[in-house]
Design a protein around this ligand. Structure first.
Ligand code: 5AD
Ligand code: SF4
Length: 479
């Protein structure tokens, strides 16, 4: 059978040519009733960018008259939005696709679609096409707005399968419909893609070239969210320090943050700001805007200069500490978190010790720690790696002990304090309690009366654990 699609191409995806181009999306009338009387279910893996993409996918499906299903058994269309950052995440997805086979046997009309970062990898797409015949639709991170057409291809044009994955692009698509999954906090994309090519990371290949949204488009979205009653927004980009660079319009991330702060939205967060290109202008901007939450995620990845160099990170342990100290001095009330990878190819005991030293120096409020996972197509995948798995696991454990110690310490100072919490809902741990986050991004479980999602409440902290706080509500904050 002749293929009418092109497989993704990781090599092609590493090109960085072309200008950022804004495109306005509009759904074609012929797709608007395709989903009438049908239900969809989206399973999302991975980072906030994927969560936000799933909200656009839900928006598109609802514009096609699909309605949400409570789970996959009720759905006529199941989509898995995948993550490719580590092997473990990919294995999970293959397990889920396998499990959907039985469901499809019971309901042959059900459509199954795979999207997200795994759909951008040629080997994954080849594997799905050859082994997982239950999958009807595959679309990449740049092809979300093609979903209505792909569904149409399978449902009405009787195509056996619909596949669309672009590997090269410079587009920013605006006015894509969105169904937000929460009504009190929202993600706002400010840019897409990544141009840094850290040697372990697949993201620059799966999400492509850095493209910024126009400042006025971001601000307009935030203003609208505020009007709709949203209390918190999180500005998203793989590397927000680079915001605006591609547009060449004379503004940067600090300018954007100032403008977003001026909207008066109550809480502003952003991820991810990396330890390079973190300008003094940005630090000043954090210090002057009170509605920017006092919380900074500053991924260090490793404390060893040799490893940092091999990772293509643009700093040394000395320059990272210098930046950390400078920010801490300007905004002493800020909480800091980080990402750390252990077991990068041939990380020595000495290198690992440098990472522990970094954790002990910065005394992070928390750290997300990972064992290096080989991603085929990246430069690190070609590096020799002789460190046994057991050694890497032992390092992760030791690292986590250091992380937990400082995390616990950072929590203790909240004991006895009264803090502002934005309520997410019923606590996962206790059905009689609620949970939410402080401005510093600390998880708080608390008891109280007449509390609902989206409330801002003051909570007196009675107990502090390493990764959460416990308390009781003392009052509500008027919004
Ligand atoms: N192996 C392990 N961790 C990785 N990350 C990115 N790529 C890999 C990989 N190949 C981690 C980094 C990054 C976070 C989002 O995921 O720490 O900051
Ligand atoms: Fe991956 Fe590095 Fe880009 Fe982050 S900055 S997405 S770790 S390549």
């Amino acid at each position: 059978m002749k293929k009418d699609y092109k497989l993704p191409d990781l090599k092609l995806a590493s090109n960085r040519t072309g200008e950022t181009k804004k495109v306005i999306f509009e759904i074609s009338d012929e797709y608007k009733t395709l989903g009438a009387d049908k239900k969809y279910f989206i399973k999302t893996h991975g980072c906030q960018a994927n969560q936000r993409d799933s909200e656009s996918i839900a928006g598109l499906l609802e514009d096609m008259s699909y309605s949400p299903a409570k789970d996959e058994t009720e759905a006529d269309l199941v989509l898995i939005n995948t993550c490719a950052v580590r092997e473990g995440a990919e294995d999970k997805v293959f397990g889920e696709i396998g499990a959907l086979k039985r469901l499809k046997r019971e309901k042959p009309s059900m459509l199954i679609g795979i999207c997200g970062c795994m759909a951008q990898e040629e080997k994954t797409v080849e594997e799905i096409l050859s082994k997982y015949h239950q999958v009807d639709i595959i679309f990449g991170t740049h092809n979300i707005t093609s979903l209505p057409k792909l569904i149409n291809d399978v449902l009405t044009a009787n195509k056996k399968r619909a596949v669309e994955v672009y590997s090269k692009q410079g587009e920013v698509i605006e006015e894509v419909p969105v169904t937000r999954f929460a009504s009190h906090k929202a993600w706002v994309n400010i840019m897409y893609g990544c141009d840094n090519f850290c040697t372990y990371c697949i993201v620059p290949y799966t999400r492509g070239k850095e493209r910024s949204r126009l400042l006025e488009d971001v601000v307009k979205e935030v203003k609208q969210l505020k009007e709709e009653g949203y209390v918190e927004i999180c500005l998203l980009g793989q590397n927000v320090n680079d915001y605006g660079r591609d547009l060449k319009l004379g503004y940067d991330f600090a300018d954007l943050l100032d403008e977003v702060a001026k909207t008066g939205i109550r809480r502003i967060r952003f991820v991810t700001s990396n330890p390079w290109g973190f300008t003094d202008k940005m630090i000043d901007c954090l210090a002057r805007n009170e509605n920017v939450c006092p919380y900074l995620h500053l991924p260090v990845q490793s404390g060893s200069n040799d490893v940092l160099k091999l990772m293509n990170r643009h700093y040394t342990k000395e320059s990272y500490k210098e930046l950390f100290d400078k920010i801490k001095k300007a905004v002493p009330h800020y909480a800091f978190t980080t990402d750390i990878i252990v077991g990068f190819p041939n990380e020595t005991d000495e290198d690992f010790k440098d990472t522990l030293d970094m954790v002990d120096y910065c005394k992070y409020d928390n750290a997300f720690t990972f064992i290096y996972s080989k991603r085929s197509g990246t430069p690190a995948a070609r590096m020799e790696d002789l460190t046994p798995r057991e050694v890497k696991e032992a390092r992760l454990q030791e690292l986590n002990q250091h992380v937990a110690k400082w995390a616990n310490e950072s929590m203790q100072k909240f004991k006895g304090q009264t803090v502002e919490v934005l309520v997410d809902g019923i606590s996962k741990k206790n059905a009689n309690a609620y949970s939410g986050y402080t401005v510093e991004n600390k998880l708080v479980n608390f008891t109280g009366d007449d509390v609902k999602v989206g409330d801002l409440v003051m909570v007196e902290i009675e107990e502090a654990m390493s990764f959460s706080l416990k308390g009781k509500m003392v009052s509500k904050v008027e919004l």
